[in-house]
Design a protein. Sequence first.
Length: 344
Amino acid sequence: MLTDILPQFRVQGGRMLLRTTSLVMFIVTATPVLGQLRLQVTPCKVRIVVVDRTTNRGIQDVTVELMDAVGSSSAQSERNTDSAGQAEFQSWTGTHRVRIYGPQVHEYNGDFDISQSESFHLERIYVVEKEENATTSLASPITVPAVRLKIPDNARKEFEKGSKAMEEQRWGESRKHFQAAVDLYPEYDLAYNGLGVACSQLNDTPAARQAFLKATELNDKFAGAQRNLARILLSEHNYQEVAALLNRSLNVEPVNAWALTNAAHAELRLHRFKEAAEHAQRVHGLPHDGLANAHVIAGYALEALGQPQEAAEQWRLYLKEDPKGPNAKRAQEAVARLTKAPLS
């Protein structure tokens, strides 16, 4: 288990001081290490809600294509949205890619994570509707990257073979095919990401790091690859780079609860309390199974900012969501300290 250094606060002479205590627990779900990439997938129901970015209303009759971590899909992974803009899928935990398209919207391509603890995942995605009478085209906030528009057929076939092997957890074979794909087409960002996942499953962290890094260099809006690289950097306590990577990913996918939580964690470590509080507090408004520790981060950050009542509320939310969690005792003590109430 990763031994971590958790910021804690104490009051002395009316001032709040920061200290650190060596712990063997802090935020297991909020600080995933590379080993999480090797977890077995479990079934999960996925609901995707497609919303117009301007009007905030659901958009009917657009096509949603749900893919695995490296962009593979099947005939069963496409649905049209209903009158509320919703489409539902039976899928698995882990990283997913999604493509949304139709005559009335600018195409969207992105990715999101489903934690292993989730049996139901809700993902709200904002797109731009086309203006019927527009004289010029309206640029989509997320378009198909140029590197994906010219993939040679032989490289694509290797990628598909790698994706199939990944689905069946044949990691050595998967790695071989993804490597062949990038050898044939060195700008294949999706294949580099798949190569990174396969390498991580084979415990080859240096190779995984290089693959994820290459994917992010080829496509600076590849949020899934940025999160994968951040997982490795988190295990190395490289919080400066983690914060930078996850903030870039949030510019593309601003409602990813995992990225928000771990960006906040990194920012707390860097004593960037305002950013940590803002990111951590956004998590509560999103589906965030397994990420109750976002409230721990928010509690510490808000206390450091001199907002004890708001901090106490975050600790209460943690206790409500995870009453028997590893931070439960700490949460009770924090509420008592911040509200000057005796422990129950």
